[in-house]
Unconditional design. Structure first.
Length: 244
């Protein structure tokens, strides 16, 4: 594998801005920012494709470039985006969702590291963050939520009073605060067997579903093809020397 000349710079930026307690807007603090957990080696270039189908990677890299392109507005304005937006990345486990969202963060760290101060990475805290009320993530303008609902084995386990209520709080917050959010999950967002189909049963007026569909738009759900890369790595490492 060829050396990465920008690895040290990304590492330094993630260390500088990846603080767990983050207060961006006055009176708003988020206590579980996970930016420091991002692996600086997870980039778009290091992502292995299992087919020539490059579109999901290209789309996410284009999003990362747009975030960098709006650097001045994100750093200057409380509401740098005209509307809230949600980009939803889904696949079976092991297809590389976490690698790709970390690649987005690393792209930002490499090109405009100061933007990390207006970003939050949430991992494993979605239910806790939103169950009683919407969490505004310290006033961050860009929020990455990795592996939402990972504690559940199937989508039918999403409970209306906890999981779906949290998702509805989250969507309302995105819409009202005009945040850009990148979310990953093993579950689909749309379709008959998606998260929104469950939300619709609780959202009697349809307001939350309508707002979510507006923010997702026609191309905001990305289905990542491939196979379980963790299993592939295990095969490649079979019999290799154990190294910590």
């Amino acid at each position: 594998m060829k050396s990465d000349p920008n690895l040290a710079g990304r590492s330094a930026a993630l260390h500088k801005y990846g603080v767990e307690k983050i207060t961006i807007a006055a009176g708003k603090t988020y206590w579980n920012n996970k930016l420091a957990q991002v692996r600086p080696e997870n980039t778009f270039d290091s992502f292995e494709l299992y087919s020539p189908e490059q579109k999901p990677v290209d789309r996410l890299q284009a999003v990362a470039a747009q975030i960098v392109g709006k650097c001045d507005a994100i750093l200057r304005d409380d509401f740098p985006f005209a509307n809230g937006r949600l980009l939803f990345l889904t696949s079976d486990p092991g297809h590389g969702k976490t690698h790709l969202v970390e690649a987005v963060i690393n792209y930002v760290a490499e090109h405009k590291p100061q933007l990390l101060g207006k970003m939050v990475l949430s991992r494993g805290d979605f239910l806790h963050d939103h169950m009683t009320a919407a969490n505004e993530y310290g006033g961050a303008s860009v929020v990455v939520i990795d592996d939402a609902f990972a504690e559940h084995q199937n989508i039918d386990a999403l409970h209306p009073a906890t999981d779906l209520k949290s998702f509805m709080h989250f969507i309302t917050m995105l819409y009202e605060r005009r945040i850009f959010a990148l979310m990953t999950s093993n579950f689909r967002l749309t379709g008959d067997n998606g998260i929104l189909a469950r939300v619709a049963k609780c959202d009697k007026m349809g307001r939350v579903v309508s707002r979510c569909m507006q923010m997702v738009g026609t191309s905001g759900e990305i289905i990542l093809p491939g196979k379980d890369f963790r299993a592939e790595l295990a095969k490649r490492q079979d019999g290799a020397e154990f190294i910590l």
